[in-house]
Design a binder for this molecule. Structure first.
Ligand code: NDP
Length: 285
């Protein structure tokens, strides 16, 4: 078998075009320019690169981007003061706190004080709790939202499917489990202490990988015809790798998200969807 490859770049392009129109319509209707603020503390290269990537995505759909950089030596109270200003600024609709933050800063405390209505990353406990209870409104973290969108686009019927997710982070694995559960899958959430992981993976009709270990999942871990969503992104000497052996798994699976070009491009546009929703809610408040 050769898996159907779920093209994230093509889907992202489609969603971007819709978003661009919707952003322009909101501006014309309510005079609102959706604005995303990213807060960076320190001069970490990865977070600087991530900020540039977000800015590019914002430019692509015509929303405003504001980067707030604080020095490495900034203290918790100073960062909280800046975050409070962003929380209350009417012209800011979404806020992201980029990681890593310096060790002397409590990231968890910053997340807790984020305005949930501007938490377009879906990391505040109120948004996570509302997602778990499936009680809108809430923001879904962009990466699992993108994974679901790719599956919906491919016409996957979720009801009754056995879904296995490997990885239990708050931004990928856990919310993906909730999204699949709400779509009536039977969900198993795995992690580093799961016993006989290959056997659990082989049960999956939908196998989602959010591990961060290049090519860990082998073809014989995959049930023939299964749908494999590979969120993994690990930079190796041989380039960017997913969590599964992509070439081998493509021979066994029924559908597969490629790395690169699968979940990654869709993640960015899902963040923009969340921002647009935040701005629309602010407009109608
Ligand atoms: P985390 O490091 O927060 O979580 C990794 C998870 O994998 C943990 O739950 C961990 O288990 C589990 N794990 C690690 N090793 C094993 C193992 N040997 N067997 C079973 N489980 C294991 O990662 P993230 O969720 O933030 O990211 C996961 C991957 O997704 C990364 O490659 C990341 O780069 C990528 N990613 C991709 C995005 C995209 O746009 N496509 C966006 C965000 C992330 P335990 O909890 O027990 O430690």
């Amino acid at each position: 078998m050769s898996a159907e490859i779920l093209d994230g770049r093509a889907l992202a392009k489609e969603i971007r075009a819709t978003l661009k129109n919707d952003v322009a319509a909101l501006r014309a209707r309510a005079g609102i320019s959706p604005t995303l603020a990213v807060l960076r503390i320190g001069d970490d290269d990865a977070s600087a690169g991530y900020a540039r990537a977000i800015q590019k995505t914002c430019d692509g759909v015509g929303v405003d981007f504001r980067e707030v950089d604080m020095p490495f030596a900034a203290q918790q109270g100073e960062v909280e003061e800046v975050l409070n200003e962003l929380n209350t600024a009417p012209e800011v609709h979404g806020i992201m706190i980029l990681e890593p933050v310096p060790d002397h800063i409590s990231h968890a405390a910053l997340i807790d004080m984020l305005n949930p209505a501007k938490d377009v990353d879906g990391v505040h406990p109120i948004n996570a709790g509302r997602l778990q209870a499936d009680r809108p409104p809430y923001f879904v973290p962009a990466t699992p939202a993108g994974g679901i969108r790719l599956l919906e686009k491919a016409g996957v019927a979720f009801k009754g499917k056995e879904a296995v997710i490997v990885g239990r982070s708050d931004i990928v694995g856990k919310p993906m489990a909730m999204l699949l559960l709400h779509r009536h899958c039977t969900v198993t959430l795995c992690h580093s202490r799961t016993v006989d992981l290959p056997a659990v993976c082989r049960r999956a009709d939908i196998l989602c990988l959010a591990i961060g270990r290049a090519e860990m999942v082998k073809p014989d871990w995959v049930k023939p015809g299964a749908i494999v969503v590979d969120f993994g992104t690990t930079y190796t000497d041989d380039g960017l790798k997913g969590d599964c052996d992509q070439a081998g798994v493509a021979e066994v699976a029924g559908m597969l998200t490629p790395v690169p070009g699968g979940t990654g491009p869709v993640t960015n546009v899902m963040l923009m969807e969340n921002l647009l929703r935040a701005a629309e809610r602010a407009a109608s408040a």
